[in-house]
Design a protein around this ligand. Structure first.
Ligand code: IFM
Length: 446
């Protein structure tokens, strides 16, 4: 039967998770520590002092995750691979037990009719590579190519949708400039170098995929941002343009062969370790762009300085906020999709993450009726429909997240899941939003 809600019948509906946030089994079957193991074990880095050592125990309970996906009738599952599980040394021989885990997962997903969307890197860099300079070191991009090639060789025939990495902005700038994320550095030059090497790693991985002769679609996932001006003053409008550079054009310009943005290069060009042919490698043709969207910001002009190179500051507005203190602005999702579709060459777009953290209260019956999350999802998915109506080549939507999980520096204090995970038993329990999403996928909740 044809859908009545304005989404095409072949629109892809899925859920997203990531390795360090759900797998646990941190020291098992040959996995070596990643930078997030080191960071989360360091005192004072994580709000509740907890780690991903056990997380949702998905390394053992992946069948439960697939059951949840099956119950939704989801078309796809976006998950990431733990590099240090597959290649504990960060180089050389792969760990067969790690590879087997992902092969089992992918096979079971396919048997359940759920398309595996495999992501190679969601921030959990092997600590061994960090010890040699991590993303500041060009060598890490080469090691990434080797790791990607291992994955292509071992499960390339089972996976049709690949993404190189998730939100490289976070890995570069939260990891190396603000220090909120692993490896916890506060150094602008380190952040800029990391940004370049992350893009280079992406380019190497795409090139290796093309050379492998495998069939499939390849993309990268970014978390773009296009803040709106807080007022109609010309200087605030100009500030809002500058405010999008580091989250958006710094990634999309080079990916589409336009080099790094001029504004960025004028300030930071000297830090960028660009070698001959790098920009060509970064601009390997890809099939889609993944867009992660949670919120929009309003900004105004501020004095430019070393600490504030873009000369912008955020303005708190009247919008309701989620528990992350992120403003809820569903129209911002349509705006960012339209902005990308109209500014860079036309490419298939997927919303690869969207969702919200709210304080979930279980009722006396133990059931979580998360109406706030349902409203958030409903409005954002409607915004996707608005983007489609305006001609954006949007092909799918992945909800973040299938289950409550380790929310990085917030530990387990923020819940994005449509199913909760009991912290003692690790049993999964769908929330009301799970049933909302199930009905939406079936075509009758919007
Ligand atoms: O949990 C994260 C995810 O790992 C990357 N994107 C944003 C999510 C919510 O903060």
């Amino acid at each position: 039967m044809k859908r009545q809600d304005g989404f095409p019948d072949d629109f892809l509906w899925g859920c997203s998770t990531s390795s360090y946030q759900i797998e646990g089994a941190a020291g098992e079957d040959g996995r070596s520590p990643s930078i997030w193991d080191t960071f989360s074990h360091a005192p004072g880095k994580i709000q509740d002092g907890r780690t991903g050592d056990i997380a949702c125990d998905s390394y053992r309970r992946w069948r439960d995750d697939i059951e949840l996906l099956r119950g939704l009738n989801a078309g796809a599952y976006r998950f990431s691979v733990s590099w240090s599980r597959v290649q504990p040394e960060g180089r050389g021989e792969p760990n067969q037990r790690g590879l087997d885990y992902y092969a089992r997962l992918v096979d079971a997903l396919s048997e359940a009719g759920i398309e595996p969307w495999l992501e190679l890197f969601h921030w959990d860099l092997p600590q061994k590579l960090e010890n040699e300079g991590g993303w500041r070191n060009r060598e890490t991009a080469l090691r990434f190519e080797e790791y990607a090639s291992i994955m292509y060789r071992h499960i390339g025939d089972k996976v049709r949708h690949w993404t190189s990495m998730n939100e490289p902005w976070c890995a570069a700038f939260l990891g190396h400039l603000t220090g909120e994320h692993a490896p916890g550095m506060r150094d602008r030059i380190a952040a800029n170098r990391a940004a370049h090497h992350l893009l280079l790693a992406h380019g190497f991985a795409v090139r290796a995929f093309q050379q492998s002769g495998l069939k499939g679609e390849y993309g990268i996932v970014i978390n773009p941002s296009k803040p709106r001006p807080a007022t109609l003053r010309a200087e605030d409008i100009a500030a809002s343009e500058r405010a999008s550079i580091e989250r958006t054009s710094l990634w999309l310009d080079p990916l589409f062969g336009r080099g790094y943005p001029k504004y960025f290069m004028e300030r930071f060009g000297a830090d960028m370790p660009i070698e001959a042919r790098d920009m060509e490698i970064i601009a390997q043709p890809i099939d889609f762009i993944g867009v992660n969207y949670y919120n929009e910001e309003a900004v105004r002009a501020a004095p430019e300085s070393i600490e504030n190179p873009y000369g912008v500051e955020s303005v708190r507005t009247w919008q309701k906020r989620t528990e992350m203190d992120w403003e809820i602005e569903p129209a911002g999702l349509r705006r960012i999709l339209e902005y990308i579709a109209s500014t860079w060459p036309r490419k298939a777009l997927y919303v690869t993450e969207n969702g919200a953290a709210f304080p979930d209260m279980a009722g006396p019956d133990g059931f979580v009726r998360d109406y706030d999350r349902i409203e958030y999802l409903k409005e954002h998915i409607s915004s996707c429909r608005a983007a489609l109506r305006r001609g954006v080549p949007l092909k799918g939507y992945f909800l973040w997240s299938l289950i409550d999980n380790f929310e990085w520096s917030f530990g387990y204090t923020r819940s994005f899941g449509i199913a909760s995970v009991d912290q003692a038993t690790r049993n999964r329990q769908p929330k009301l939003s799970y049933y909302f999403y199930r009905d939406l996928i079936a075509g009758f909740a919007l």
